[in-house]
Design a protein around this ligand. Structure first.
Ligand code: TNX
Length: 512
């Protein structure tokens, strides 16, 4: 018997207080539709098997990888032949039509769990929901007692926006591969599907470019505060790309230009108009550096860098930064973009940039990432009128590096203080005048790292606000409700504790 628990929002408010820990009412992001099967529970046992469509084998392996350590069960993964009667099946057939390219149906009955989707991305999203329906200690790295119950349900779910992003700045403070993977794991649980890596800035260049080797070896040799910095080898970058892809997350590399380039200019004198390399910088000033717009070598440099990084990047996007180019005149900024943007295209990538770059192009495929703090922006609005899509990252809502309140020990405050409710209470589809829901490509939460050194630091700023942004990007606006969200958010705490996530215990949230 199917009982409607959430006719999108309905019954949730009534029960949110009393049953915050009920898994069906604690999902983040909240699904489009959740029906409970009253009295039905599926229990994972030592005999449970995972069956997958052949093309989704690695999604089954991912699920087994999460559950084997905590349950201690073997959880063998094998190809689904037809529709197995028991176990957990991940199938690329029979999904209801609303599932689309990224959605799924999750059917939990007494003897079987069946996830159906049209793509392996959809199955991966369904697996994240299934994780959240299991007890929090299912996330443990060590064997736990169980029982491993999943409430009976029929969920049909799909995203509001097909782009749900998170950015990590590895330039201001370098974050090594293990930290990046840890963050990618955390993103996956909340159905983030794009990971934007800010790979270069004034204080550091963080990826090997074979044709310009000093970028990494010298330009990567320090960071904010003067520490040792670091960089990714090409193999390490590819390892991150593959790790993300296994979590159905697409990596977007960013090389910021024509400003935020001191590390490159310090590495190669010829990138400077005066032919002199400036010293490496470890402070957090912005807006003083600029590539030399009138030298041909500048564009040879960009060609080499974009070619080499694009070749390592299977995803469709390349981010060229373009922000805060205060040391570049408007005419030079235009001249620079006239030559830089075609290079990105030449190497087969669609260009993304911080929103101001879009004033330099009429290419409707260029995607501005709005990072301003106001609710109207002439440059972005004009681009939308031409047909461009926008990624929404308003700094006063979506910036994970802003302090929560004036006593937050980490973070900055130039865009304001962002408590959890502030991060949640805005509508990406109406936030900017002239930028309608249909013009929004998606939502992204940037994490700048001027003040963030360790994974614990990253987590403290990202959690719980990342979950708020993830819900804005995934769940239908009709479900948007702070009181209901905060109850579901509070129910994430035991899971985060089990996963070792160092989260901010906001007083706004009723933590379990
Ligand atoms: C502004 S947002 C920047 C970054 C800083 C950030 C700190 C943007 C496109 N540029 O260079 O790291 O503020 O919050």
């Amino acid at each position: 018997v199917l009982v409607a628990v959430i006719a999108v929002t309905a019954a949730l408010s009534v029960s949110a207080q009393s049953q915050a820990a009920e898994p069906l009412q604690s999902l983040v992001p909240v699904p489009v539709s959740v029906q409970a099967r009253a009295g039905v529970t599926y229990t994972l046992t030592a005999a449970t098997k995972i069956y997958t469509a052949p093309a989704a084998r690695d999604v089954g392996d991912f699920l087994a990888g999460v559950l084997r350590p905590s349950t201690g069960y073997a959880l063998p993964v094998s190809d689904a032949a037809g529709a197995p009667a028991d176990g957990i099946s991940l199938l690329l057939s029979g999904a209801p039509s609303p599932a689309g390219q990224q959605g799924y149906q999750l059917d939990v009955a007494a003897n079987a769990v069946v996830v159906r989707a049209n793509t392996s991305e959809g199955l991966f999203a369904g697996v994240q929901t299934l994780r959240q329906l299991l007890p929090a200690n299912a996330e443990s790295a060590t064997t736990q007692p169980g029982p491993w119950t999943v409430p009976g349900t029929l969920i049909v779910d799909y995203p509001r926006f097909s782009y749900r992003g998170a950015m990590l700045d590895v330039a201001r403070h370098f974050h090594p591969v293990a930290s990046v993977k840890r963050y990618v794991d955390q993103l996956a649980l909340y159905k983030i599907n794009y990971f934007h890596l800010h790979l270069s800035d004034d204080q550091g260049w963080r990826i090997v470019v074979d044709s310009w080797p000093r970028l990494a070896t010298y330009g990567g040799s320090t960071q904010v505060g003067g520490g040792a910095g670091g960089y990714f080898t090409k193999a390490q970058y590819s390892e991150i790309v593959q790790y993300a892809a296994a979590r159905r997350i697409t990596v977007i590399p960013e090389i910021d230009m024509p400003g935020h380039t001191n590390a490159a200019q310090a590495s190669y004198a010829e990138l400077n108009c005066n032919g002199q390399a400036p010293p490496l910088r470890t402070d957090i000033e912005v807006g003083y550096s600029s590539l030399c717009v009138n030298k041909d070598i500048t564009y040879q440099f960009i060609d080499d860098v974009v070619r080499e990084i694009a070749a390592l990047t299977p995803g469709p996007y390349f981010h060229i930064g373009g922000d805060e180019a205060h040391a570049t005149s408007d005419a030079d900024y235009q001249a620079f973009m006239n030559r830089a943007l075609p290079i990105v295209k030449k190497y087969g990538k669609t260009v993304l940039g911080w929103h101001e770059f879009v004033k330099t192009t009429t290419d409707v495929n260029a995607i501005p990432q709005y990072w301003g703090t106001t609710t109207s922006n002439a440059v972005v609005q004009a681009a939308v009128q031409r047909g461009n899509k926008v990624i929404m990252s308003p700094a006063n809502k979506a910036y994970l590096d802003m302090k929560y309140n004036s006593s937050t020990p980490l973070g900055l405050s130039w865009a304001g203080l962002i408590e959890v409710q502030t991060a949640y209470e805005w509508n990406p589809g109406t936030h900017l005048s002239g930028v309608t829901e249909a013009a929004v490509r998606g939502v992204e939460a940037p994490l700048w790292t001027e003040t963030l050194v360790t994974s614990r630091d990253l987590e403290f700023m990202a959690f719980p606000r990342l979950s708020a942004i993830a819900e804005l990007a995934w769940s239908p606006w009709s479900t948007h409700n702070w009181d209901q969200f905060k109850a579901r958010l509070g129910a994430q705490a035991p899971r985060w504790t089990t996963m070792g996530i160092n989260f901010y215990r906001s007083a706004q949230v009723p933590w379990d």
